[in-house]
Ligand binder design. Structure first.
Ligand code: PBG
Length: 325
């Protein structure tokens, strides 16, 4: 049966009808807000390519974390800018490290926030790669113990979830074993399972000062052309003990999010990354896009594709818009 019996426009006539039949209802409940913590006090250094986002010292970060909590956003993910970098990223696992101190401060303030930490070496190595270098290459197995120690130090500081983003093979198993050995068997792992080697991380590398000093990340992050391989990565991470998996970036990989959602029964996250944010901000600043409508549409698309959890720099704006709508 088709027209004139079928008239899909009947259900689009009024806002009330549209609301009633809406398939995807976004809320702040699945949002995670990424934050960058740097040394010092009273530091708030805006990231030029990410309007609204700043590198902040622990005291300032705490203020913003309070705001995030009050907006009803359930969690944050922390990235650190350490005081010093070296070849093996040794400051990444220090109990007095920058991320560890930020986690402790948020814990001490008793904020009702899920605190996620990014586990990776690129912010802590002087060469900017996500693992240690051997014979001019990023060495896989030699990196695993360092990552596991970093994750353990985050756990000790009070993180609720650790999220490895390095893309070394076997890192989820190494982190799981290390956490279990130290009585953190209850701590969940959110694996950046399908992380693509993407141009969209550009602004983040300014924010986190983590640009590789030679070469690129294509020998460990995924080729953007591959979707089947994402399913393999996700399967391996779940086998190794990942409790949740993530696809990153989000918008150019909605098909991957959908396939992961359809193939696995764990919570699926999507990272709406820095470059995706910067594009919207730049166009909006020029008056070329309506920021609110654009962001609501993009986040709806990511959720419609199957993401349960969305990491996004738009989280605070979204929470305000969703509250007033
Ligand atoms: C660390 C890491 C990166 C991002 C999250 N964790 C950068 C990279 O891999 O180069 C990117 C996040 C963003 O662009 O917003 N490995």
């Amino acid at each position: 049966m088709s027209f004139p019996t079928q008239r899909p426009r009947r259900l689009r006539r009024t806002e009330a009808l549209r609301n009633l039949v809406r398939e995807t209802r976004i809320s702040t409940a699945g949002l995670i807000y990424p934050m960058f913590v740097c040394p010092g006090t009273k530091v708030r250094q805006p990231v030029s390519s990410m309007p609204g986002i700043a590198q902040q010292s622990v005291d300032q970060l705490l203020e913003e974390a309070r705001e995030v909590e009050q907006l009803g956003i359930p969690g944050i993910i922390l990235f650190g800018l350490p005081e010093s970098k070296d070849a093996t990223g040794s400051s990444s696992a220090s109990a007095q490290g920058i991320v560890q101190r930020a986690v402790e401060a948020v814990r001490k303030a008793n904020l009702n926030l899920v605190v996620i930490t990014d586990v990776c070496l690129c912010e802590y190595t002087d060469h900017g790669h996500c693992g240690v270098i051997e014979n001019g290459e990023v060495a896989n197995d030699a990196t695993l113990e360092i990552l596991a120690n970093q994750a353990l130090s985050h756990a000790r500081a009070g993180a609720d979830i650790v999220a490895p983003s390095d893309m070394m093979d076997g890192r989820v198993a190494a982190i799981r074993a290390k956490l279990d050995d130290h009585k953190f068997e209850h701590l969940p792992i959110l694996a950046y399972a399908a992380k693509y080697s993407s141009a969209f991380y550009g602004p983040f590398r300014e924010a986190a000062q983590s640009t590789p000093q030679f070469g690129d990340r294509r020998s460990y992050q995924m080729d953007p052309a591959n979707a089947r391989e994402a399913l393999k990565e996700v399967a391996l991470d779940i086998e190794e003990g990942a409790d949740m998996v993530m696809v990153k970036p989000a918008l150019p990989y909605l098909d991957v999010i959908r396939r992961v959602r359809d193939n696995f029964n764990v919570p699926v996250g999507a990272y709406n990354v820095s470059g995706e944010y910067a594009m919207v901000k730049a166009a909006a600043a020029n008056g070329w896009l309506d920021e609110k409508r654009t962001v609501l549409e993009l986040i709806t698309s990511i959720q419609r594709a199957g993401a349960d959890i969305i990491l996004t720099y738009h989280a605070k704006d979204l929470a305000r818009w969703l509250r007033s709508s």
